[in-house]
Design a protein around this ligand. Structure first.
Ligand SMILES: NC(=O)c1ccc[n+]([C@@H]2O[C@H](COP(=O)([O-])OP(=O)(O)OC[C@H]3O[C@@H](n4cnc5c(N)ncnc54)[C@H](OP(=O)(O)O)[C@@H]3O)[C@@H](O)[C@H]2O)c1
Length: 416
């Protein structure tokens, strides 16, 4: 078979996050004609040549030689030649439930590896069910959730379990992640993806049932053997952190990914492994009021997104439109600080933290996604990891950890 021309093609290069990703790849890897210190043959793809040209112009004169591929997300012929040209397609064309399936279908048919930023569990469950057999047969490795959801959670739990095995000789069968602090806002594309899930769920009782099942991304045999998971759905005082906590919006994705990782690792974290996530809001009366405010705000947003007239009003007035998001300055000033506490079956405790040096949803996400794509293309052979639907930690493991720490501004530390 002909060797693909590229290691990585960015599909959706003109999206808000795709543009940040291309800037990152350009800075880190240069171009084919002007390579950087690190090597990666990469190209950009999207549906509009004019917009792709504009993106290249914004990257500067040295980006002129980056190749463009024109493909619409619904055009399977164009997707076929895109997939044949590269080892990995990284897609930021979302909402994935609206546009993502033809690309996953094509990758799994042709054996092209794929990663994305999907934070849409019902769509991922659908893709796993429909295309797992094809991926296993063709050798395509499909890795969803390579951004803020769910790399810090999935790789953070992986790190904690590695440390737990080193220190205690056993995994922590109960782990919780708490967002200690973060600064960053959502883009139009992310908001569109959340609103799309809420809209679909209002007309679909089966989907509503799926959305409350923490094991929805696990293989069916893993579900039968699994522990009852707790879910922080309102203000709760957390004695482990001596602070109040509130629901964390990304938990709906992260918990499912971490539980899938455990299932794919044949329950290496324990058959009765329990995991949950929440946001810390501080101690005392102030922390409690903040936790109540976050809970009410989240509930209000979901209720408003479920009803057509308020959804329309929110989309027109309050929410960022697709293509909009935080400024470069806000991305630079952003950060995140996540704390994990784990306990073994015999009650020993381990605490770790994971931090990032940019706003979680864009600056950091673009670096995590770029390193995931490069890792999938260059570091992990098809012999080591075979075709199928993986999670970031189970497909890319130690090699991704190394890249995140060395290049993407993430830190993983054991706390005393
Ligand atoms: N997991 C995370 O941590 C995380 C973080 C950030 C974003 N996200 C997700 O990433 C996705 C992108 O977010 P964003 O804010 O960057 O989105 P965005 O700015 O709204 O961009 C959407 C992209 O999709 C492209 N597109 C739409 N329809 C298409 C079609 N038929 N064919 C080809 N391309 C098409 C658009 O192309 P044009 O430019 O030509 O219109 C654009 O490039 C969303 O699903 C969002 O939820 C996830």
């Amino acid at each position: 078979m002909k060797k693909p021309a590229f290691d990585v093609v960015v599909f959706g290069a003109t999206s808000f996050v795709g543009q940040i990703l291309c800037r990152y790849l350009h800075e880190e890897f240069g171009t084919a004609s002007k390579p950087g210190a690190r090597q990666l043959r990469w190209a950009i793809a999207g549906r509009s040549k004019a917009k792709l040209d504009e993106l290249l112009a914004s990257l500067g004169a040295s980006a002129k030689s980056i190749e463009l591929i024109i493909a619409d997300a619904a055009d399977e012929k164009a997707l076929e030649s895109l997939c044949a040209s590269t080892r990995v397609v990284v897609s930021t064309v979302g909402p994935y439930a609206l546009y993502g399936e033809p690309l996953v279908k094509t990758c799994t048919r042709l054996g092209t590896d794929y990663c994305d930023l999907s934070g849409e569990p019902p769509w991922m469950r659908k893709m796993i069910e429909a295309y797992s057999d094809a991926a296993k047969k063709s050798g395509a490795r499909i890795v969803h959730c390579c951004g803020f959801d769910s790399i810090p959670s999935d790789m953070g739990v992986r790190f904690l379990q590695e440390q737990s095995r080193l220190q205690f000789g056993a995994p922590c069968t109960q782990v919780k992640m708490r967002v200690k602090a973060m600064r960053g806002t959502a883009s139009g594309g992310t908001v569109a993806s959340i609103v799309n899930i809420v809209r679909e769920a209002t007309h679909n009782p089966a989907l509503r049932k799926e959305l409350i099942n923490p094991y929805s991304l696990c293989p069916p045999d893993a579900i039968k053997a699994s522990a009852r998971q707790t879910n922080v759905s309102g203000p709760v005082f957390d004695a482990d952190f001596s602070a109040w906590s509130a629901p964390f919006v990304m938990a709906a994705v992260n918990v499912r990914v971490v539980l899938r990782s455990n299932a794919l690792l044949a329950n290496a974290y324990g058959r009765e492994f329990r995991y949950d996530e929440a946001m810390l809001t501080g101690p005392g009366f102030g922390g409690r009021v903040k936790a109540i405010g976050i809970t009410a705000g989240l509930g209000g947003f979901i209720a408003a997104a479920a009803i057509a007239p308020t959804r329309w009003l929110m989309e027109k007035t309050l929410l960022p439109a697709p293509g909009e998001g935080p400024s470069p300055d806000a991305q630079k000033k952003g950060f995140f600080d996540l704390r994990f506490v784990g306990r073994t079956d015999d009650g020993r405790e381990l605490r770790v933290k994971v931090t990032g040096d940019r706003d979680p949803g864009y600056g950091s996400t673009a670096k995590m996604l770029g390193e995931s794509a490069a890792c999938l293309a260059l570091d992990v052979s098809k012999k080591e990891v075979s075709g199928g639907f993986w999670t970031p930690s189970t497909a890319l493991g130690a090699r991704l950890h190394e890249r995140l720490v060395t290049h993407a501004g993430l830190k993983f530390d054991v706390l005393a």
